[in-house]
Design a protein around this ligand. Structure first.
Ligand code: PEP
Ligand code: MG
Length: 297
């Protein structure tokens, strides 16, 4: 079965009843796409930029070169790049606070970026420059409220204005958000953003009150909990109004036990680790959405 899945890796993922599901990849640097044919996927659904060494965080040219390499590899497919998601399980020494009693509930992701607008601006300029070469989508991590998206949009406008004033090639990327904070997920119908991607790793830990990095409670951090599946279904349904794209980029997207439930919850786009594309597509092809689920799937 693994051989068959591997052989069909470049083919689209279509359920037994003919529903097309987009499969994109999660990357954390250029190593992840080395040797990977872009035809295997529908683009990059998540780029984790915490791989940027502290020295690159303030280096626009270095970031631009990296982002541009991803865009060139994708050959016109969307390239989703997440702004720095520092904090929580991704501390960056010298940047994130080291005295928080509860880092997962602290200053992380977009909260931290908005406290450092000049540093955030470096990344936004590098992203807007890469967007001159193909469809870059900027994704904000750990968003809780609309005003964070609006503040980020203003900083993106400023970055674009600076590039224009300097005559540097650029385009304004789409600006979307990760849905990881339960309060945002519940309010999704009222949220304005160009696209949404469910971060099921964090959404699950926050909704189930079970830390993702604590093996003692890993059975509680279960995306298949009916309450969490219901929340994902809510986001898929009310987030996609007006044709707004909704995807999922957490680990559950490549979990063969979760895939049928995620598709039944309404998702039609998953982003997974490059090495799991073939198996994810095989799992999607085994699903029949026209039939009642067997064994609770
Ligand atoms: C997530 O939270 O599901 C996610 C994809 O982001 P990360 O694992 O990098 O926090
Ligand atoms: Mg996350």
């Amino acid at each position: 079965a693994a051989g068959e899945a591997e052989r069909r890796r470049l083919e689209p993922a279509i359920t037994r009843d003919g529903v097309l599901v987009q499969v994109s990849i999660n990357v954390a640097g250029l190593d992840d796409i080395a040797g990977l044919p872009v035809e295997a996927c529908d683009g990059i659904g998540l780029t984790r930029t915490e791989f940027l060494a502290m020295s690159s965080i303030d280096d626009e040219e270095r970031q631009f070169a990296l982002y541009r390499a991803l865009v060139r590899w994708a050959k016109g497919r969307p390239v989703t790049i997440r702004t720095l998601d520092a904090g929580g399980d991704k501390p960056i020494p010298g940047y994130t606070a080291d005295n928080e009693s509860n880092p997962f509930l602290g200053l992380r992701g977009i909260r931290l970026s908005l406290r450092h607008p000049d540093r955030f601006g470096v990344q936004l300029r590098a992203l807007a420059r890469a967007a001159a070469e193909g469809p870059v989508r900027i994704m904000l991590p750990m968003v809780t409220r609309q005003d964070e998206i609006d503040d980020a949009a203003r900083l993106l406008d400023r970055a674009v204005g600076e590039l224009r004033a300097c005559g540097i090639a650029h385009a304004r990327p789409q600006l979307g958000v990760m849905v990881e904070v339960p309060a945002l997920a519940f309010a999704i119908a009222q949220i304005r953003a160009d696209f949404l991607s469910i971060g099921s790793n964090d959404l699950t830990q926050y909704a189930a009150a079970a830390a993702r990095d604590n093996p003692a409670v890993s059975s509680y951090a279960d995306t298949l909990h009916p309450g969490i599946l219901g929340l994902i279904g809510h986001v898929a349904r009310y987030g996609s109004t007006g044709g707004r794209p909704v995807s999922l980029c957490g680990d559950a997207g490549a979990d063969p036990r979760a895939i049928p439930a995620l598709l039944r919850a309404g998702l039609r786009s998953l982003s997974v680790a490059p090495g799991l594309v073939a198996a994810t597509k095989a799992s999607i092809r085994a699903v029949d959405l026209s039939q009642e689920p067997e064994h609770g799937l």
